[in-house]
Design a protein. Structure first.
Length: 313
């Protein structure tokens, strides 16, 4: 690969090399992920509980590999846009400890809004629903991702960072670090961490709430690394021991077919858009919350008849 990159025109080779940052970083961490999964598995088995089902774990691995392949392709195609935006940057930002911390905080802030949008805009939920479709929670759940994130527009949320003045290669690496941290919050093995840490950072307790479909837990705790965004914007809910987390989605998908997992919501979305009706209502399915639905034709017909009858009185 390095030899191939050296034979390409300089801008293209630089973009492709940058596109590999995230994948290379996560690949280097793969042994850590696998060892941690093994420890969690053995820890639960020693306590008489088996939280890993081999089919779910296999599916999560397949989904992770497809996601990484799609992500690498997307970065390769989109980095030119990021560099174009960066060339019109607002500030010259030096690379030092202060700028690294600033980038990390800003990227995490934007991740919060990406994650919140992924729950409240159906076009984005069509990708993100894959991650929430498992009815249990363990570290392998972090691998349960969709290859359609580039289509739903995850990358759009990082463009402001390039415009501010952060180099695209630093942005790519920062995104990878953020996602790597989130791997460790997908577990039931850790109860509560020290109070100060729980107040500032996303933790397993906070993220269990996020994956639950209990009515009071739905669409809460969107944090990537810093949970302060949830506290600031009113989306934080603490885990309640009296109300254990029930994992999954409200319209649970009963399949272990990874292809079906990745595309079922896209199929349902476009099926709703294709239903007869005014164009503005049909397209509203794309950007409305996932739970929004048009009234069925029988209700609409009855309502129109009622309105017409009232006009003739």
């Amino acid at each position: 690969m390095d030899l191939l990159l050296t034979r390409l025109p300089q801008p293209i080779s630089h973009w492709l090399a940058t596109a590999q940052f995230e994948q290379l970083f996560l690949l280097l961490l793969a042994p850590v992920f696998l060892v941690t999964i093994a420890v969690e598995l053995l820890w639960w088995r020693a306590r008489g509980r088996d939280v890993y089902q081999w089919r779910d774990t296999l599916n999560n691995s397949v989904l992770a590999l497809s996601h990484q392949a799609a992500d690498a392709l997307a970065w390769s195609l989109l980095l030119g846009l990021f560099y174009a935006v960066w060339r019109h940057r607002l500030f010259e930002i030096p690379f030092n400890l202060a700028s690294v911390i600033l980038l990390y905080v800003l990227q995490d802030f934007l991740y919060y809004w990406f994650h919140r949008a992924s729950h409240r805009i159906r076009w984005m939920w069509a990708s993100h629903v894959v991650h929430h479709s498992q009815e249990s929670l363990n570290l392998s759940t972090a691998f349960r991702q969709s290859l359609t994130y580039p289509i739903s527009g995850m990358w759009v949320f990082w463009l402001p960072l390039a415009w501010i003045g952060f180099k695209p290669e630093h942005i790519v690496l920062c995104v990878a670090v953020n996602l790597a941290y989130q791997f460790f919050v997908h577990t039931e093995a850790v109860n509560k961490l020290p109070r100060a840490y729980e107040w500032l950072f996303n933790t397993p307790s906070h993220h269990r709430v996020h994956h639950a479909r209990n009515p009071q837990y739905i669409d809460r705790n969107y944090a990537g690394v810093l949970v302060i965004w949830d506290r600031l914007f009113g989306s934080f809910v603490p885990e309640d021991p009296a109300d254990p987390c029930d994992y999954g989605i409200t319209r649970q998908l009963k399949t272990r077919n990874p292809i079906r997992m990745m595309f079922h919501e896209w199929i349902d979305l476009f099926r709703d858009v294709a239903r007869p009706g005014p164009l503005w209502l049909r397209t509203k399915h794309l950007w409305a919350p996932p739970e929004w639905q048009r009234e069925n034709s029988a209700v609409q017909t009855a309502r129109r008849a009622s309105v017409q009858a009232s006009r003739t009185r």
